[in-house]
Design a protein around this ligand. Structure first.
Ligand code: ZN
Length: 393
């Protein structure tokens, strides 16, 4: 994998390209980007034929390992990896350790293993078991084992333990990964942990960088899940910058569960390149990210309460407008807010399908607009437009 920074905007926002991607050597990816969030090998509610109607679907499929760990024997028995098993073999596959859309339970890790939670309970993975699971899944990229079970309340002692364990897991995994025939073309991204302790974060960063991995995943600030939506990146900007300054320029950086558009832009400004798309599963996205549209030509429909609306609400019962004015997605071309409200309130599966088709297209379009804004040197213009809608200062 090769990563090149094309330009840097503002304090550290990077417009970059990823090339030479293992089995997908003819593919070029532009960053900042998000990956296609999946559970068990499928985008939530969307089969492949429906997914094909969503414009701008990312080339990288994100599969959280916790959803697959219980089915390791079956996936390993198939022998050709999760990409082919789920008929997503033409796309790049990235495996994270946890599902950013689900809150991880605390106390699951010990000094020998990490705990991952799927539908049927906890699966404990030691370095040998972790590499065997990766061999079954056969991802193009995967996140290294980490003890990211820390948050703002974690003590310095707990943060030190998290770093000690993560570095131990990394060293135990490295040799097995390099010797594995099935993972010859798989890249490993090192996990940077250490909670809110700047000293431990620095130690973890320097030690992980010394192992010369393909990219980095920054985690250990929270426990994922819906509460992450209100997580404030402002408070940890200095901490993230102190990590970024030690990471090599020519390696991509991933952060999971950075959800709200204003938070994404802030993380981009701090130097994060790759995000997941587990955010737009709930409320309808109505964000206007067309930064080039003059003020007097912007849709009057724009919401002032934030980047989302709850289509379950009564006020949409007779709102026959599309989910978002000027959206060209399948849902907005064919259906109204009122009809989606009706489907959601009658519990019809189609309601979730139409909602996620719209949300995915909007979220993927938002990332394309970040790249365009950076190329045109209008990143601050986009940030101002988004912050106006999210009430961010
Ligand atoms: Zn739409």
């Amino acid at each position: 994998m090769k990563f090149a920074v094309q330009c840097v905007r503002g304090k550290g926002a990077r417009l970059g390209t990823l090339t030479d991607l293992g089995c997908h050597s003819n593919l070029t990816l532009e960053t900042p980007m998000c990956m296609l969030y999946t559970r068990g090998g499928s985008a939530p509610y969307l089969g492949i034929d429906v997914l094909q109607r969503v414009q701008g679907t990312p080339a990288v499929v994100h599969m959280p390992l916790n959803m697959l760990a219980q089915f390791q024997e079956v996936i390993a028995g198939f022998q050709a990896g999760m990409g082919k098993f789920s008929a997503l073999g033409n796309q790049l596959l990235y495996a994270s350790s946890h599902d950013p859309a689900s809150e991880t339970k605390s106390g699951k890790n010990d000094k020998h293993s990490i705990g991952v939670w799927g539908r049927g309970g906890k699966v404990q993975l030691d370095p040998e078991g972790f590499v065997k699971l990766q061999e079954a899944v056969q991802p193009d990229w995967f996140q290294s084992m980490a003890d990211g079970d820390t948050d703002q309340s974690s003590t310095s002692k707990r943060c030190k333990k998290a770093v000690d364990r993560t570095l131990f897991f990394l060293d135990e995994t490295l040799d097995r990964w390099k010797k594995s025939e099935k993972l010859q073309k798989s890249c490993m991204f090192g996990s940077i942990v250490g909670g809110f302790d700047a000293r431990e974060r620095k130690r973890c960063t320097l030690e992980t960088v010394a192992r010369n991995l393909d990219g980095y995943v920054i985690e250990g600030f929270h426990h994922y899940g819906p509460s992450t939506e209100t997580f404030d990146l402002h408070g940890i900007a200095d901490l993230i910058q102190s990590i970024m300054c030690h990471l090599p320029e020519d390696k991509p950086r991933v952060m999971h569960a950075v959800w709200r558009p204003d938070a994404v832009l802030q993380a981009v400004q701090l130097g994060v390149d790759i995000f997941d798309s587990s955010y737009p599963l709930g409320l309808a996205l109505v964000l206007d990210y067309n930064y080039n549209t003059p003020l007097d030509e912007r849709p009057t429909q724009r919401e002032t309460t934030g980047p989302t609306i709850d289509l379950n609400e009564k006020r949409f019962v007779d709102d026959f407008s599309p989910l978002l004015a000027e959206c060209t997605c399948y849902t907005c071309k064919n259906y109204s807010r009122a009809y989606v409200n009706h489907l959601l309130n009658t519990g019809e599966l189609l309601g979730r399908i139409l909602l996620i088709m719209h949300n995915f297209e909007q979220y993927f379009g938002f990332f394309a607009s970040i790249r365009h804004a950076m190329a045109e040197n209008k990143f601050e213009q986009l940030q101002q437009l988004v912050n106006e809608q999210t009430g961010t200062t």
